[in-house]
Design a protein around this ligand. Structure first.
Ligand SMILES: Cc1cc2nc3c(=O)[nH]c(=O)nc-3n(C[C@H](O)[C@H](O)[C@H](O)COP(=O)(O)OP(=O)(O)OC[C@H]3O[C@@H](n4cnc5c(N)ncnc54)[C@H](O)[C@@H]3O)c2cc1C
Length: 383
């Protein structure tokens, strides 16, 4: 009845991405990008060359027409090199899908071909100092003045906001009513006059740095409006399910890299005349870590399959994200423990995995917000 096997195409996709990452993002290179906090432009170009940026888009717009499970497999594979990289891959794609679903034919024509070819990128700015989990509380305003909208306000944590050739999907207030009826989405060139962009130093996410955006009378043409005026909340919500499940797959990939590295170390490292992996304390730790990765993987795959088959899947997606991120933090912490002092050293990738893991319970909706949604789906009304 149940068939858990992957298709030939899916296995091929996984192998292709694995080979590409081994060639263009080896461990030493990843360490350099992380240390130097530099965006890997060349890697992104290789992804574009291989057609990875076209994956979830329909064939009519030049896409590969792949499903959610395919995207999840790709995200897991990229996540093996670091959860940063899945954010770097996914953020432009999710915004591009919003252009596909809510944009005018002119916007689709203008943004999708260069996005799919890797000539432009996209970023998202929802969060503000006073509007995090409560995104509807945002205060950045956009006012219509003749042929243009004028944006004023401040955003924080926009990942990749400063990267070259980026258009930022900025959510702003255009009305005075409740946020469901008063927000709009705008596609803003990150070189727009009046827009100041500052990098926000963070514990992880160094290859795809987060930014503060300060808008002072930034004029955008009227056709930068994405979706209906005051219909921005629906645009914002429409991509969240896909973003969360792809993100969950990245946790699985990154956590499985932790297990692989810790396991290899435990088989090699000798103390007291034995491999440390032969001490039951370490062996059982690794057994638990491997089991958790597998559980997170199948929660993620199943939620992706539900979404692929047109089902609601919100409950399952929140469960996959909650479990995957919380276990990822714990697995990365144990990975550091197994490597001892070397796990804590900046020479080994384990510290990078731990820094990435700590961010995973915050981005794309905090663990507390996942629990809120799960509890509500269970018929509860937590206060
Ligand atoms: C690495 C990184 C990348 C990011 N990238 C982007 C991006 O590209 N674009 C973007 O717009 N934003 C981005 N963000 C912002 C991210 O979405 C927010 O940080 C997140 O939504 C939480 O908001 P906050 O940080 O203001 O925390 P707050 O919402 O202030 O939450 C603080 C704490 O209170 C808890 N809490 C809040 N409300 C409730 C509640 N109702 N019930 C129980 N607990 C609650 C939270 O779970 C958390 O533990 C990024 C953040 C990070 C760290």
């Amino acid at each position: 009845m149940f068939d858990f096997s992957l298709t030939e195409e899916q296995l091929q996709l996984r192998e292709t991405v694995r080979a590409l990452m081994a060639r263009h993002a080896p461990s030493e290179q990843l360490r350099r990008w992380d240390e130097e906090e530099s965006y890997p432009y060349e890697l992104y170009a290789r992804w574009a060359e291989l057609g990875l940026l076209t994956l979830p888009f329909p064939t009519e717009v030049g896409g590969a027409g792949a499903g959610v499970v395919d995207l999840v497999l790709l995200a897991e594979e990229l996540g093996r090199s670091g959860y940063d990289l899945t954010g770097l891959y996914g953020t432009p794609i999710f915004t591009g899908l919003n252009v596909l679903h809510h944009g005018t034919p002119e916007q689709q024509q203008r943004f999708l071909p260069p996005l799919l070819e890797g000539r432009i990128r996209m970023s998202v700015a929802m969060t503000e100092a006073g509007a995090g989990s409560d995104a509807g509380a945002m205060r950045t305003r956009a006012e219509r003045r003749g042929d243009v909208f004028v944006l004023n306000g401040e955003k924080v944590f926009a990942s990749g906001g400063a990267v070259d050739d980026t258009f930022i999907c900025v959510y702003a207030r255009t009305g005075d009513g409740p946020h469901q009826e008063a927000l709009s989405a705008f596609l803003v060139d990150n070189r727009s006059p009046g827009l100041e962009i500052h990098k926000i130093p963070t514990l992880g996410r160094h290859m795809f740095p987060t930014t503060q955006l300060v808008f002072t009378d930034v004029e955008v043409p009227a056709d930068a409006l994405l979706g209906p005026l005051n219909g921005g909340w629906d645009v914002l919500l429409s991509g969240l399910r896909l973003e969360r499940i792809v993100t969950s797959a990245a946790y699985v990939g990154n956590a499985s890299a932790v297990v692989d590295e810790a396991l290899a170390y435990a088989k090699e490292r000798q103390q007291f005349g034995r491999r440390i992996g032969d001490f039951q304390a370490i062996a059982h730790l690794l057994a638990d870590m491997a089991t958790d990765v597998e559980a997170a993987r199948w929660l993620t795959y199943r939620a992706a399959w539900l979404l692929d088959t047109g089902q609601d899947a919100l409950l399952e997606i929140c469960m996959a994200k909650l479990f995957g991120s919380e276990r990822f933090v714990e697995i990365a912490r144990q990975g550091v423990q197994i490597l001892g002092g070397y796990g804590y050293s900046m020479e080994f990738p384990m510290q990078r995995h731990l820094r990435a893991a700590v961010g995973s319970t915050i981005t794309a909706g905090t663990s507390q917000m996942q629990r809120e949604t799960i509890a509500r789906r269970l018929g509860l009304k937590p206060r």
